[in-house]
Design a protein around this ligand. Structure first.
Ligand SMILES: Nc1ncnc2c1ncn2[C@@H]1O[C@H](COP(=O)(O)OP(=O)(O)OP(=O)(O)O)[C@@H](O)[C@H]1O
Ligand SMILES: [Mg+2]
Length: 238
């Protein structure tokens, strides 16, 4: 077992508000880790800190043994940290293929020839190959989520951060996405998945961590965490 990600004493404040507070987390390189927690708990802020959109106020983030918490987003991307956004952010006037190609070239640092092959492979994997030439702005919600995932995969991630990729989808659509995510994991990518769709996490995650007020209040096997009385009160509203 090797940790791909090790976070220690991580803190982030916005003015007087401590949104991430002395947070510790280790993610194994073969793991799918789910993160749940109430709205505003700090989940997306945690991803922004790992991906480099935000710098921490305190603490360290080690990726593959290397301190990365002060690196730029593009440096972290080139090291193999891919992420999806809670609200999909494609280039709406570009085609689906161009969106994925751009991610492979600029995010992944691939040559155009490599990037073309990578983009085509990932479009096939995510079920978007038929939409190759469509403008990204014309996609349905499911296809936007696929594109979000496809762009993150195009960089060739070793660590994939998914931010509510299943939100707003039907049960059948969630199943489709789940199958893709499991294939990505089987090919050797560690995954951290923020999600409110508990069913999806229960079926795919090795562990679930519960974030509340910027710190983890429970981490463990899905069944243990989801049946924990404290978690039920805070998150599941029981
Ligand atoms: N750039 C920012 N400036 C000030 N406050 C911020 C900023 N980003 C996030 N926050 C605040 O930090 C808190 C946590 O936000 P965050 O988006 O991380 O929550 P979340 O757990 O992802 O919630 P959700 O489940 O709704 O997506 C919120 O109170 C939010 O208003
Ligand atoms: Mg969020």
């Amino acid at each position: 077992m090797t940790n791909i990600l090790e976070i220690a004493g991580l803190g982030r404040r916005f003015g007087g508000l401590a949104v991430i507070n002395d947070l510790d987390l280790a993610v194994d390189d073969r793991e799918i880790l789910g993160i749940i927690g109430p709205n505003g708990a700090g989940k997306t802020t945690l991803f922004n800190l790992v991906a480099g959109v935000l710098l921490p106020s305190a603490g360290s983030i080690r990726y593959q043994g290397r301190e990365i918490s002060r690196l730029s987003t593009w440096d972290r991307c080139r090291l193999g940290i891919g992420r999806t956004y809670q609200i999909p952010r494609p280039f709406v006037h570009m085609s689906v293929f161009e969106n994925v190609l751009t991610a492979a070239v600029h995010g992944g640092g691939q040559s155009i020839a490599q990037a073309r092959t990578q983009a085509e492979t990932m479009l096939e994997l995510t079920g978007l190959a038929r939409d190759h030439n469509r403008p990204a702005g014309a996609l349905t919600l499911l296809d936007l989520k696929r594109l979000e995932l496809c762009r993150a995969l195009a960089i060739g991630p070793r660590l994939l951060l998914l931010d509510e990729i299943a939100g707003g989808l039907t049960d059948a659509e969630v199943d489709t996405l789940l199958a893709i995510i499991q294939r990505v994991h089987a090919a050797g990518t560690a995954i951290v998945w923020i999600e409110h769709v508990i069913r999806a996490l229960r079926r795919s995650c090795h562990r679930i961590a519960v974030l509340h007020d910027g710190a983890f209040i429970a981490v463990g096997a899905p069944e243990d965490v989801l049946s924990n009385a404290h978690v039920k009160t805070i998150y599941l509203g029981e």
